[in-house]
Every structure is written in C-alpha cells, then in structure tokens.
Design a protein around this ligand. Sequence first.
Ligand SMILES: [Zn+2]
Length: 435
Amino acid sequence: MADSLKSIYVQMPQGISTHTFLRGEDALQGLPALLQENFPGRTPWIVADENTWKAAGAAAYQLLQNAGMNPAEPHIYPGTPRLHPDYALAEKLAEEMPANTVPVAIGSGVINDMVKCVGGINHVTYCCVATACSVDGYTAAGAAMTVNGTKKTVPCPAPYAICADTSILATAPADMFASGYADLLAKVPAGGDWILADAMGEDPIRKDVWELIQGPLKDQVSDCTNMLKIFTGLASTGYAMQMMKDSRPASGAEHLFSHVWEMEGLQLNGEDISHGFKVGVGTLASTLLLEYITNHKLHDLAPRMKPVPTVEEREKEVDTLLIRGCYGTAPKETAMKKFRSGEAGEKRRKEIMEKWDSIGAAVKAQILTSDQIRTALKTANCPAVPAEIGLDQEQFIHGILTAQLIRNRYTSLDFLYEMGLLDDAVAYVATHMEG
Ligand SMILES: [Zn+2]
C-alpha cells in the first residue's frame, strides 16, 4: 500500500505489541490504508485537542473522509488550559467511545496516554498519530496518569499502529522538541540507576533491552538538532518498556523527581511545566547524585553517615516529607515497605560498603558528567536549574527527598538513603546544580 508513499514501514523489534509503524515525510497520507489494514471493519474515531487538531487532526479527518471511511464525530479537547492526564477523564472518554470504532489518538503526549487508557478500559487496539517528539512513552505500554491524586503508570497496551509524519513533527513548537530531547537525555542517568539496582539484586539488567536504549543513546543525544535520531531514540525507549513490561529501562530518579513536582502542581507564570523540562532538571540532579557516589571514597564519607533509623524514626521522617498532602495515600505505604530497619538495615549497609567501589566504577562508565549534562541541556534550550522551572531551593530539595518514597523503583536515592548519606548527597546536589 505504501508504494506511492515516500514513507517507510519501520522494522519493529520482536516481542512487542506495536505491529505497524509508518514513518516519513508523507506518512499521514498513508493513514487511511494503514487503518484499513490494521483495524479492518472498524470506523476511525479521532481524539485530539485543539492544538493537535490543527497540527494533524483536521487533515487526518479529511483524508479519512476522502477515502470513504466515514469517520465518527471527532472528540476534540480544548487547547488551553493544557489537558491533565487524569484517569477519571480517560474513563469518561472510554464511555464516550462510539461502538465499533478504532480510536485514533492525534498527539504523542497526553492525548496518546488518554487514548491508550481507553484502549485498555474498552479492550480495543488503537492507532497513534504522532505530532511532536516530546516524550518517551508514546510507543510504550502503560500510560502516565494521575489516579486519585497519585501519579502512576496505568497498565494498558501500547498503540497497535503508529503513524509519524516527519513534516508534521517538524512543525511542532521548538520547546516540545526540546522537551523530548531532555526526556531522551534522561536515559543516561536512568541507566546509572539501573546499574545500581542490578548490583544490589533489586532489578536485574536485561541485556537486549539495555542495548536497545543504551546502545545508540550517546550518539543520539550528541546532537540536539537531529530530529530523526531523537525521535528514533524516544521510540526505542517505548519498545524497551514494552519488552520489559515496566518503565525501568527509561526511568530512574530523574523521573521520580518530575512525578513529585507534577503532583505538587508545579507551574511557572501560571503554566504547567512540560514533562521533559521537569525531567531535564531532574536529569542534572540525578547525575549529581550519581557523581556523589562515583566521586567520593567511602572512607571520606564515613563520618557523615547517619545511623540506621528505627521504624518510628523513619515513619516520622516520611510523615514530615509528605506533609503537603498532595501525593495520595500510596507513598507512605511504599516507603515503609521498602525500609529496612535494625539488623536488616545494617546488613544492607555492609553489602553496599563492599560493593561501593565496583558499583562506582560501573556507574562512572555509564553516565555523562554533570558538566556535560548541563551543557547539553543549555545547548538544547532546556531548563537546567530549578528556578527555570519555577522551583525554589526548598521545593527542589524537598522533591528530591520525597521522590524516594513514591515508587518501589531502586535508584541512587535508595542506595544513598540506605547508607545514611542521602541528606549529605542532596546538599551536594543543591550546591552543584549551577556548576
Ligand atoms: Zn519521560
């Protein structure tokens, strides 16, 4: 069918549920045939917001009409304020889905996550038409949603088919592209966190998944103007998450920070901060945490270690960190579940001490330095310091500490907490953010 198109079908890795990926400068023209082949007998139902409707939705609708596919009445959300990825909204959208249709998400960010949830709720496959390379998760299973106030990855299948028209991607606002770059750069320290988790027996590295993201990553992030490389990198991240059935390959401490700031409703001049920009600042902070580990000899840090707290002490710490009350009920439970007290805590600390040097060496070989990350962010016109995304020093530090509580994902935060060094490391981060 793509004979007359310049676009190509991208080869998909084995073991994922995304079946078709049409990419190129005229990919949208191939949308009617792509839908007919992948979703036979179902009428297209476009879901967009006013921005993505303008970027690609209206044109897609026209193409489908011209092809005689009789698309259902599109669902178009307002362009402003920015749509929040609220699960309750996705449930409503699922109810509104017309019978026997194939949802076509016009957008690779929140719209895609919403439609992905609809697919999960209604047990239907769907198609994503990408409009910007702004996030990593559009090709992944699972949607990053707010569920009853807590940021979660809601399990739901990845898009079955994806249409990425590079001429549309090229017209996306520059800050969306910069956000996508920051989200890809995040995979560098996220890899460092995975190395830590692997070494501590928490989350073994799967080699094929690791290679898929980390293999080409340093090359992909070396040029922040190369849209195709960045788009490809972000897409691979989604496949890797599909293969793992988990976001571990793509997300470490830097994503946890961004989730905390999102739950706190972080804004600058009345506007939400994009996922990628929060993650970008988090990427620098996470890199500094990892550098704290790689650049210090344990011997020098020993006097700064806090003793292993008692359960009561830990509970008090957690309650104090969660005092804003905007994180839902899950974090306290998560934090207490992973907390090791008494003998178990001491044993863990001893294990880390034994591995400190070897882990440090492996992490050092993985990460870019904080200077390199800072330069990369600035070159790509991404915020690099907390103030640029509306964070004062207090909220920034608080976010780093709180990030350790919200997920059962082992990162440098847990590693350092278990050593009694997290407060010292966070002070180090705060003083080194600006270089
Ligand atoms: Zn991300």
